[in-house]
Design a protein around this ligand. Structure first.
Ligand SMILES: Cc1cc2nc3c(=O)[nH]c(=O)nc-3n(C[C@H](O)[C@H](O)[C@H](O)COP(=O)(O)OP(=O)(O)OC[C@H]3O[C@@H](n4cnc5c(N)ncnc54)[C@H](O)[C@@H]3O)c2cc1C
Length: 362
């Protein structure tokens, strides 16, 4: 199917099927709305394009699901953060889970019946993820997990978690599991962020029993899994976030009536540069390229463009960020996290310097 025809048909369907969010702007409201949108789009097949037939999809290039994300998030039907979890976690399941498990579970995520989370970071292991210490020890056919994760987005709404554990020393000693969040021994404690939302959580594991057939890949494949996940996060997933930022830019133009055009122009330039870069990345993905460290450039551009947009809103709409309890304020505060989540700006620049520009260590 031609991408432009797909987009036109999807737009017509979205025009005819009203999925506008209700007034509840709490995180719980966003999560309910996300499930509603996923279900409606899955039932009408849109959410199945670009996913393999073996996991309930209808096949076709990943670019089709980027188009779905762009339309859904760009129209404000779902929040970019929760929506993006799909792009981060479903490809990982497809690539690493036993075939029957992926076939059973991925449709639940696509159809909005379930939300999943990503249990990678720990209190002492964020940028240095390879130092993680949540331990998994074999016992018969099972594995016993003990440890703590942190910054686990939407864990309190999740039925499953893609979890990284330590099974042996070093990078080759990291093993991934697909864990049911209602397993005895798992405790989830939401954390309040500075933008006033309990978006992420601490997750504790105390003698949690995970069946051996829930391992993703082989023992020691966890590091490769984590590295393979990043390019998805930085392609289809970024594309829908960019659509959201464009929609907010349009809103800014509408609200900043006496604006200085050069400030708006600089914000647009950053957004447009990002979109051009991301478009090229998506096309490389569609052509079957294996994405790697060059997606660190996309991450640096995304964080820069997002922060510039909200800095511009702060400058052009005086007091709105500082004094009003409004969407601009919440999003301005959240934009500060753009240089942290999915790999910090400093780490991305290190990767660009060492692996792309071959500049060596500091
Ligand atoms: C909104 C949000 C959502 C998140 N969601 C999830 C999630 O769902 N699941 C999950 O597992 N994690 C999640 N994270 C965690 C995220 O992946 C980590 O915050 C990130 O990897 C950074 O790790 P850290 O917070 O431990 O910071 P640290 O690694 O401790 O870094 C602290 C500072 O030191 C700098 N620094 C560290 N090492 C170096 C170095 N070698 N050279 C130069 N500078 C360095 C960093 O750039 C940073 O400025 C989320 C984070 C945010 C903000």
């Amino acid at each position: 199917m031609k991408v432009e025809q797909f987009r036109a048909d999807l737009r017509a369907w979205l025009d005819d099927n009203d999925l506008t969010p209700g007034p509840d702007r709490s995180l719980q409201g966003h999560m309910r709305q996300l499930a509603r949108v996923h279900r409606a789009l899955y039932d009408a097949d849109w959410m199945r394009y670009g996913w393999p037939v073996e996991v309930g999809g209808l096949g076709g290039p990943a670019i089709l699901r980027a188009v779905v994300g762009e339309e859904v998030v760009g129209r404000g039907l779902a929040e970019p953060g929760p929506y993006s979890m799909l792009e981060v976690l479903a490809p990982t399941m497809i690539d690493y889970a036993p075939k029957e498990l992926a076939a059973e579970m991925v449709p639940r995520l696509l159809s909005g019946r379930e939300q999943w989370c990503q249990g990678f970071s720990e209190p002492g292991s964020g940028s240095d993820l390879a130092s993680l210490s949540t331990r998994a020890v074999p016992e018969g056919d099972d594995w016993i997990v003990n440890g703590q994760k942190v910054w686990t987005s939407f864990a309190q709404y999740s039925t499953r978690c893609i979890l990284l554990t330590r099974t042996a020393p070093g990078h080759a000693g990291i093993t991934a599991f697909f864990v049911d969040m209602d397993t005895p021994g798992i405790t989830v404690r939401p954390l309040r962020t500075m933008h006033g939302v309990d978006e992420f959580c601490e997750v504790y594991f105390d003698d949690v029993v995970i069946p051996g057939d829930r391992m993703l890949g082989q023992p020691g494949d966890g590091w490769r899994l984590a590295m393979d996940l990043l390019p998805y996060e930085r392609s289809t997933c970024f594309w829908q976030r960019i659509a959201y930022l464009y929609a907010r830019f349009d809103r800014l133009i509408a609200e900043a009536t006496n604006a200085d055009d050069s400030a708006l122009g600089a914000a647009f330039l950053a957004l447009h540069t990002l979109r051009c870069r991301s478009r090229a990345t998506l096309h490389r993905l569609a052509d079957g390229a294996r994405l790697g460290p060059e997606t660190s450039i996309d991450k640096v551009l995304l964080a820069g463009a997002e922060q510039r947009l909200y800095d511009t809103a702060r400058d052009l709409l005086p007091g709105v960020v500082e004094l009003d309890k409004c969407q601009w304020r919440t999003e301005y505060l959240y934009s500060r996290a753009a240089t942290i989540y999915g790999g910090t700006a400093e780490i991305q620049r290190n990767i660009i310097a060492r692996r792309l520009l071959d500049l060596g260590k500091e």
